[in-house]
Design a protein around this ligand. Structure first.
Ligand SMILES: Nc1ncnc2c1ncn2[C@@H]1O[C@H](COP(=O)(O)OP(=O)(O)O)[C@@H](O)[C@H]1O
Ligand SMILES: O=P(O)(O)O[C@H]1O[C@H](CO)[C@@H](O[C@H]2O[C@H](CO)[C@@H](O)[C@H](O)[C@H]2O)[C@H](O)[C@H]1O
Length: 470
């Protein structure tokens, strides 16, 4: 094969970055890529460079992390999708090179320092450095390397300044012996050398290789429910529809998930503290919700018909007086963020909503915000099969909606029961707050789907419409 002409790495990255699943700025052209920090983690062939990239798109500059492997003659597997020929060889994403991913393990085990990079092993953790890591499959905003059946190391791709809430919360919960997070084993970070807190680059936890995520379990139950025959009158009117009759009932799991959520909230309150808020803060919260609603309704016309009813729910929140306890919460809680392991439910990914600023992500909120997130997720699971008309189960739109409501209602009640029984705030006693939080999440989801997965937009929209909507 003829050698490729060598180009600067920055030039090659201009074209390569937008093709990566984890690149968050695909909707705008990349104007410039500059290496903000480059560290040699391994010399020789293959070589490994750790890169922090400043990526300019118009006026905005975002930071990304890349581990670049460099080989003189890479196998075809690494050349495919690789970055290109650079001085010294061919550059590619080292996450795909098992010969290089072990370097991170060794560095964390040793607590190594390489230039501005600081590697840490969690207190009491032992790390087997003989394992090699492969990227996890599946949709992700970051890249996770799975090491055998033992460890999973998340490489944060778009970097936020400072300590990641995911690391901060997981360390606090691991430290309290919580059974509801995978124990943290190590992490690494960039020290900018200016006295500011280090920027988190990676987080390694125990890999729960036999666990299944909540979305998959819930959707299996929804499929069973839609496959189950029901009396024609119940199908038409909704009267007597009992989603508990389905073989794969999820309500027991939903109740246990509610209890696990309350236990995590209790530990988060103990670790990070609780602030009492009053009417002024609740009015400010409601004003923020109104702001997001106006923005999203202006860009997604399908939201318009629901705008007034949603606004009324936010007004009801603004009329509450408090005091109400605000605390650290998960912030982006849904069925895809929980795993059912053999010992119970485990929560993942405490980074908060990707669109929020780092300050917003760590800001205290009412614990029912997470409850609202999970209740929305039940609404999603109940409807995502039939939002896609081509693959919808049989039945009229009204019948499908009535069935979706029966499934979501049963699991919502079970989750709330489990949450309150384990000491969480009783969702029934905070109806106005919970309704506002749920609708705020629905508005966020409508924006998220319109921007990221337009074919999913009908899912959150359908849950806002009644069974008689077209
Ligand atoms: N400790 C773990 N054990 C097993 N699987 C995990 C673990 N941590 C993450 N995963 C899997 O990786 C996926 C992505 O993890 P997550 O932390 O949510 O990354 P991202 O922030 O990129 O979305 C999860 O949905 C889950 O399926
Ligand atoms: O990437 P993250 O997991 O941090 O979260 C973002 O993407 C989620 C979708 O992957 C999105 O969640 C929405 O879709 C889920 C089904 O795929 C559903 O269970 C959630 O309830 C719904 O909000 C999440 O909102 C977004 O922040």
């Amino acid at each position: 094969m003829r050698p490729l002409p060598e180009r600067s790495l920055e030039d090659l990255l201009l074209a390569w970055l937008p093709r990566q699943r984890w690149f968050a700025g695909k909707d705008r052209p990349v104007d410039e890529v500059a290496v903000a920090s480059g560290t040699v983690l391994r010399d020789g062939d293959p070589g490994l460079r750790h890169l922090v990239l400043d990526v300019r798109q118009g006026a905005a500059v975002d930071r990304y992390q890349l581990l670049a492997g460099i080989r003189r003659d890479p196998p075809e597997r690494l050349r495919q999708g690789g970055i290109g020929a650079v001085p010294g060889g061919f550059a590619y994403d080292a996450a795909h090179d098992p010969e290089l991913t072990g370097t991170l393990l060794a560095a964390m085990a040793a607590g190594a320092v390489h230039g501005p990079l600081r590697f840490h092993r969690a207190e009491g953790a032992s790390i087997d450095t003989g394992l090699t890591g492969k990227p996890a499959t599946g949709e992700q905003s970051n890249t996770s390397l799975v090491y055998g059946q033992d460890y999973i190391c998340k490489l944060f791709r778009r970097l936020a300044p400072g300590v990641s809430p995911d690391l901060e919360v997981n360390l606090a919960l691991t430290g309290r012996g919580s059974p509801h997070v995978p124990p943290v084993l190590g992490w690494f970070e960039l020290d900018r050398g200016d006295g500011s807190p280090p920027d988190t680059l990676g987080l390694m936890s125990r890999f729960l290789h036999t666990a299944t995520d909540g979305w998959r379990l819930a959707v299996t139950s929804v499929r069973d429910w839609f496959a189950q025959p029901v009396a024609p009158r119940s199908a038409r009117t909704g009267a007597g529809l009992d989603a508990g009759g389905a073989g794969g009932d999820f309500a027991g799991e939903a109740e246990r998930l509610g209890a696990a959520t309350a236990e995590v909230h209790r530990d988060l309150a103990a670790a990070f503290g609780v602030t009492e808020v009053g009417g002024a803060e609740l009015r400010a919260l409601a004003a923020g919700m109104h702001g997001q609603l106006a923005e999203v309704a202006a860009s997604v016309p399908e939201l318009k018909p629901h705008e007034a009813a949603i606004g009324t729910a936010f007004d009801a929140l603004a009329r509450l007086d408090g005091p109400l306890p605000f605390q650290r919460v998960h912030g982006d809680y849904h069925l895809g963020q929980v795993l059912r392991s053999e010992s119970g439910w485990v929560l993942l990914d405490f980074e908060g909503e990707p669109a929020r600023t780092p300050e917003e992500r760590a800001a205290p909120g009412h614990a029912l915000r997470d409850v609202a997130g999970m209740l929305r997720s039940f609404e999603y699971a109940a409807r995502f099969l039939h939002a896609d008309e081509q693959h919808a189960p049989p039945g009229t739109a009204r019948e499908l909606e009535l069935r979706a409501r029966a499934w979501a209602g049963r699991n919502r009640r079970a989750f709330c029961r489990g949450y309150a029984a384990a000491g969480g705030a009783d969702p029934d006693a905070h109806a106005a707050l919970l309704r506002a939080l749920e609708l705020d999440k629905a508005v966020y989801e409508i924006r998220y789907e319109a921007a990221n997965r337009p074919s999913w937009l009908p899912v959150p929209l359908r849950s806002l419409a009644g069974p008689d909507a077209g």
